[in-house]
Write a protein that binds this ligand. Structure first.
Ligand SMILES: [Ca+2]
Length: 389
C-alpha cells in the first residue's frame, strides 16, 4: 500500500478506505482503471546510485550476455560500455534524422546473440519527405582495433515518410525468442492510429528477419494489416514481456492520459477516439469508459509521468521486486515500480524521485538496476541495495 496512507491514524485510513469502496461501487469492471498520477514519491529509497558514465542525450540501453551494454545517443552514436564505464564507439551506424523527438532510438540484442551476434536498432530514417521509423538488423563485429555494425540491413520501414515526433520505436522479443514486437508512434498525426493501412500508432509483430508471421491476427490481408498486432496507440516508449508471458506496453498520452496497457492480439486501444486525458489545447477527449469496445488501460496517469523505458525485474539484489515492472519517468523525474497481484492486476507500488528525467531502465543479470538519464550530460546510473556493500 502507499506509504502516505500508512502514516495516517488507523481510523482515518479506515474512513478513506470506506469512501474509496463507496466510490468504486459494484459497477467497477474487473479491469478497473486506476489513476496513479498524483501519487507522491516514497520518502526513502532502498538503493544507492552510482554514476558509471555520461552520454549526450542517450535514448536506450541493452545488455549483452557478457554484461556489457549497448547505449544509443539520439544524435546517431552507439557505444559499447563496460559495467565500469569504459566506452567504445561503435561504427557503422546508419544516418539518422536527428530532429526533435526523432533520431537513433532503441537498441536490442538478439535472443540468440551468442550464436549470431545480431543486434537490432530503431531510428528515424531520413527522406525527402520527412522521416520514417526504421528497424535495422546488423552483426556486432569486434576486434582489438574496432567495434562496428557489419552487414546492416533495414528489415522493416515505415512508409510513406513524413513529419512529426512521437516515433515510438521500442523493440521486444517474445519469451520463446521467435518473434520481434515493435512499437510505432502516431508521429503526431492522431488519425493514423486508427488507419489499418498505416504503420503508425500500432504494435507490430514480425519474425526475427522482419518477415510477417503467418499467425498474426490479419496475416492473410498483407501489407501493414498483416504486420499489426494491436492498434490505437499514441506514443509507446515501453514494451516488455512479464515473467508470466504477458506483454505490457506503456504509452504517453495527451494532457493527463499516460497509460499502462496489457497487450493482447487484435485489440484496439482507442487512441485518438478515447483517452483518459485531454488535448493539449484543453478540448476534452471522450474517456475510455464511454467506449467499452476499446481496450482500457490498466493504470493511467493524470497528471502524467511521461513514461520511458520498461523492464521487468528478476534478480537477487532486490528480492521484493521480482516480477515487478520498472518504468522511467521523464516528466515525473522518477523511477516507478508496478506490482502485480495474484490475479495479474497492476498497481503502482513505488515511486522514487531521481531528480532527473529518466529515459530508460534495464536490469542486469546480477539484479542491479540500470538507468539512463535524459539530457545532454546524462548519467548512466547503477542502483544497488542500500543495505549491502
Ligand atoms: Ca488508450
Amino acid at each position: 500500500m502507499c506509504v502516505q496512507s500508512s502514516r495516517l491514524p488507523i481510523s482515518r485510513r479506515a474512513a478513506i478506505a470506506a469512501v474509496a469502496l463507496l466510490a468504486a461501487g459494484s459497477q467497477m469492471p474487473a479491469t478497473a482503471q486506476q489513476n496513479a498520477g498524483s501519487r507522491a514519491p516514497n520518502p526513502t529509497k532502498p538503493f544507492v546510485e552510482s554514476a558509471v558514465a555520461t552520454f549526450d542525450s542517450p535514448w536506450a540501453l541493452a545488455f549483452l550476455p557478457d554484461g556489457r551494454m549497448l547505449v544509443t545517443e539520439k544524435a546517431g552514436r552507439l557505444f559499447l560500455v563496460t559495467q565500469s564505464g569504459a566506452k567504445r564507439q561503435v561504427d557503422g551506424v546508419p544516418q539518422v534524422a536527428n530532429v526533435g523527438q526523432n533520431g537513433l532510438l532503441d537498441v536490442a540484442v538478439s535472443p540468440q546473440f551468442d550464436r549470431d551476434r545480431s543486434v537490432y536498432l530503431t531510428y528515424a530514417e531520413p527522406g525527402t519527405q520527412g522521416s520514417g521509423l526504421a528497424l535495422a538488423l546488423a552483426r556486432l563485429g569486434e576486434n582489438s582495433g574496432r567495434v562496428g555494425l557489419d552487414s546492416l540491413r533495414v528489415i522493416w520501414r515505415q512508409l510513406p515518410k513524413g513529419s512529426g515526433g512521437q516515433p515510438g520505436g521500442i523493440i521486444a522479443f517474445s519469451p520463446d525468442g521467435r518473434h520481434l514486437f515493435l512499437t510505432s508512434g502516431d508521429r503526431m498525426r492522431p488519425a493514423t492510429a486508427q488507419d489499418p493501412d498505416q504503420a503508425l500508432g500500432k504494435v507490430l509483430r514480425l519474425n526475427l528477419d522482419g518477415s510477417v508471421p503467418n499467425d498474426n491476427p490479419l496475416a492473410s490481408q498483407g501489407g501493414v494489416r498483416a504486420q499489426t498486432w494491436t492498434t490505437g496507440h499514441r506514443n509507446p516508449y515501453g514494451l516488455a514481456f512479464a515473467p508470466d508471458g504477458r506483454l505490457w506496453l506503456h504509452e504517453m498520452g495527451p494532457l493527463g492520459g499516460d497509460e499502462l496497457n496489457l497487450i493482447r492480439p487484435g485489440l484496439n486501444y482507442g487512441w485518438p477516439l478515447v483517452s483518459n486525458g485531454d488535448n493539449y489545447d484543453g478540448t476534452p477527449i471522450p474517456n475510455h469508459s464511454t467506449r467499452p469496445e476499446f481496450e482500457a488501460p490498466r493504470i493511467y496517469w493524470n497528471p502524467v509521468i511521461a513514461p520511458a523505458g520498461l523492464a521487468f525485474y528478476a534478480g537477487q539484489a532486490f528480492p521484493d521486486f521480482n516480477g515487478s515492472a520498472l518504468i522511467g519517468g521523464l516528466r515525473a523525474q522518477a523511477l516507478v515500480r508496478i506490482a502485480f497481484d495474484d490475479d495479474g492486476r497492476a498497481r503502482e507500488a513505488d515511486r522514487w524521485d531521481m531528480g532527473h528525467r529518466i529515459r530508460d531502465v534495464a536490469v542486469a543479470r546480477d539484479g542491479a538496476i540500470w538507468l539512463l538519464e535524459d539530457s545532454n550530460e546524462a548519467r548512466l546510473l547503477r542502483l544497488t541495495p542500500r543495505s549491502r556493500p
